[in-house]
Design a protein around this ligand. Structure first.
Ligand SMILES: NC(=O)c1ccc[n+]([C@@H]2O[C@H](COP(=O)([O-])OP(=O)(O)OC[C@H]3O[C@@H](n4cnc5c(N)ncnc54)[C@H](OP(=O)(O)O)[C@@H]3O)[C@@H](O)[C@H]2O)c1
Length: 239
């Protein structure tokens, strides 16, 4: 029987966001999917047209867009950029300010379960920008008091990226033909696995209110049907 939840996805035009929306559209437990982004995209498939609603916002003025975050039970945040693309300041703006801003509005508008795509190695005490900012976002969200907060720390996302990222592309290609074949869960996360894990986790009961899922836990979740408990999770205060 459908529980008829409404999902909201930020970062839906990115690679993990696209995989997640595909999963949510196919999942009958979600009746509606609100998509919040800085631009709209054309969907041609019927399932997408029937279930999704796109809302365009200016993330630099996110507090003016509370309405765009209204009506969602579950929020999936797949926002992110790279230092190479946006510079150090731009990276912090997207991966911290926008993420925390979206979470603040989600909470304010009554969202019960917030999912954040963070990253392996996230650590607010790191001297390195990337893990530091990821860790800071996780810490900020952990204090917001969501009924449920699920933080995913995937390894290298495996996807044939639309956007051209030379070094990431070379690394991914080498890894795909070596490490991924021998030990798929070691340093890689196929985006479909991440998407499935996030979607399933919305319906699994009895989990900690704040949970951090490492790569192995993401793989375990993706294998589970809802109504079960996944292994390998740690509460934030246990880390
Ligand atoms: N790449 C990896 O191997 C890897 C590994 C571990 C964790 N992660 C993390 O996983 C998350 C998702 O990664 P991904 O590869 O799916 O990301 P992606 O393909 O780069 O997509 C990022 C999303 O964020 C949006 N975004 C970026 N800059 C923005 C801005 N200035 N204003 C508004 N929206 C903006 C993009 O919108 P537009 O489409 O409009 O640009 C897009 O929807 C990120 O947080 C990333 O750090 C990545």
């Amino acid at each position: 029987m459908s529980t008829g939840k409404t999902a909201l996805v930020t970062g839906y035009t990115g690679e993990s966001g696209k995989a997640l929306v595909k999963e949510l559209v196919q999942n009958t437990e979600f009746k509606k999917i609100i998509l919040v982004g800085r631009r709209k995209v054309d969907f041609t498939e019927d399932g997408y047209k029937q279930k999704t609603e796109q809302r365009e916002i200016d993330f630099d003025k996110i507090d003016e867009y509370a309405e765009a975050f209204r009506g969602a039970d579950v929020h999936f945040c797949c926002l992110g950029t790279t230092r190479g693309k946006a510079g150090a300041e731009g990276f912090r703006r997207v991966d911290y300010d926008y993420v925390v801003g979206a979470a603040r509005l989600a909470k304010q508008e009554g969202c019960e379960h917030f999912h954040l795509v963070s990253s392996q190695g996230a650590n607010e005490n790191s001297y390195l920008l990337y893990p530091q900012v990821k860790g800071q976002s996780e810490a900020a969200l952990s204090k917001m008091g969501f009924l449920r907060l699920s933080i995913y720390r995937p390894a290298m996302l495996m996807v044939d990226r639309t956007e051209h990222r030379l070094f990431e592309g070379i690394a991914r290609s080498i890894i795909k033909h070596t490490v991924q074949r021998i030990a798929p869960e070691w340093i890689t996360t196929p985006i479909e696995v991440l998407a499935r894990a996030m979607c399933y986790n919305s319906f699994i009961t009895g989990r900690p209110s704040v949970e951090i899922l490492d790569n192995h836990a993401i793989f375990r979740l993706a294998e589970q049907k809802p109504n079960a408990t996944a292994d390998g999770t740690k509460r934030a205060d246990e880390l």
